[in-house]
Design a protein around this ligand. Structure first.
Ligand code: KG4
Ligand code: ZN
Length: 333
């Protein structure tokens, strides 16, 4: 089976091709970051228009790289939500147009399921069951994943997502959107313990989290500083922030493993690209003799490969009748 995956939920156009026996054949991501930077965040209308410009060209590129043609496709998988409505509509329209023209099944994928299943493209890949930590710009959640399609929410942030806190901290420190990678790099030059920021809910017995208080603590520190532009001050704040987020997520991840009595942790979503978080989680899980899995670094943030792999898994789990039910009839016969 050959699956085309399309992702257009926010500011990245991602397209990928997965072969059920050969794995990921090709993937392309076009990021709109430079376009939105001047506005300090994603402008939905600009995002939609740019997806329209890119998506078919990227589709042709992945087909060419893989040495396949549209006629070789078995199905099209596309992000159906959550995300920006106009941006999603572009991917969904293109997926259905391709499906309609070629008489293919079109499979709608939940964006978070895509992030979670991107880990299946890691080598080695995780085996079910596992605990998943989904940590992105919009979500911070722990999930018990018993098998493909069985996702139980164990706990989540009660306010801001961790990625959102990264982006806000970056902004407060005068850095561009999206701030995660920049804060992470700056934190490496910071002194541990120079700023002890709060670790909200770290001791609560559940698996919920909160990051808005941490954001406010960074805001207060920067606002009160005499020389907020001082490079060492900025690095120390970044370090204090990253350490606080890392401590909370690590403590909760260990709690999730204990509660579920599972030994594998899968970490996914944009923030899973974070170096400090990866190191802390790896140390904590390995100390428990557990196993930890991350998607390949290039597939942590939004991409088409995660949607293609989720679509493939869905297709494999379907009966023949179910596949037929999502197949478009040939448009031109
Ligand atoms: O998963 P994603 O690409 O989009 C959403 O579904 O939200 O995640 C984007 C988020 C942004 O908040 C970005 O700042 C954060 O992931 N991010 C990082 C890193 N790379 C991306 N945060 C911390 N460290 C990174 N290296
Ligand atoms: Zn995402």
């Amino acid at each position: 089976m050959l699956i085309l995956g399309i992702e257009s939920s926010c500011d990245e156009t991602g397209v990928a091709l997965i072969d059920s026996s050969l794995g990921l054949l090709a993937h392309r991501i076009h990021t709109q970051i430079d376009m939105h930077r001047a506005f300090g965040g994603v402008v939905p209308e600009l995002a939609s228009r740019d997806h329209i410009r890119r998506v078919l060209a990227l589709t042709d590129e992945v087909l060419e790289e893989a040495g396949r043609s549209r006629g070789d496709l078995t199905a099209v998988a596309v992000t159906e939500g959550p995300g920006l409505a106009g941006a999603l509509l572009v991917g969904v329209s293109v997926a259905h147009a391709i499906g309609y023209a070629l008489g293919l099944p079109v499979i709608g994928v939940h964006h978070l399921e895509g992030h979670l299943l991107a880990s299946l493209l890691a080598d080695p890949a995780p085996r079910f069951p596992f605990v998943a930590l989904l940590v992105s710009g919009g979500h911070t959640q722990f999930m018990r994943v018993q098998r493909f399609g069985s996702y139980e929410l164990l706990g989540e942030t009660l306010d801001d997502a961790a990625g959102e806190a990264f982006d806000k901290t970056a902004q407060l420190l005068g850095m561009c959107y999206p701030g995660g990678p920049a804060v992470s790099a700056l934190a490496e030059k910071g002194r541990p313990g120079a700023f002890e920021f709060p670790r909200p809910m770290i001791h609560s017995p559940d698996l919920n989290m909160s990051f808005s208080g941490l954001k406010t603590a960074v805001l207060n520190t920067v606002t009160k500083a005499e020389h907020p532009e001082d490079p060492q001050f900025r690095a120390d704040v970044a370090r204090g922030f990253v350490d606080a987020v890392t401590d909370v997520l690590t403590a909760k991840a260990v709690r999730a493993l204990k509660k579920t009595r599972l030994s594998s942790l899968v970490v996914a979503g944009g923030v899973s690209a974070n170096k400090q978080l990866r190191a802390a989680l790896t140390a904590a899980v390995e100390a428990r003799r557990g196993k930890i899995f991350f998607p390949p670094l290039a597939l942590c943030t939004d991409n088409g490969a995660m949607i293609a792999v989720a679509g493939l898994k869905r297709l494999e789990a379907m009966t023949e009748e179910e596949r037929e039910a999502c197949r478009h009839r040939l448009a031109f016969t």
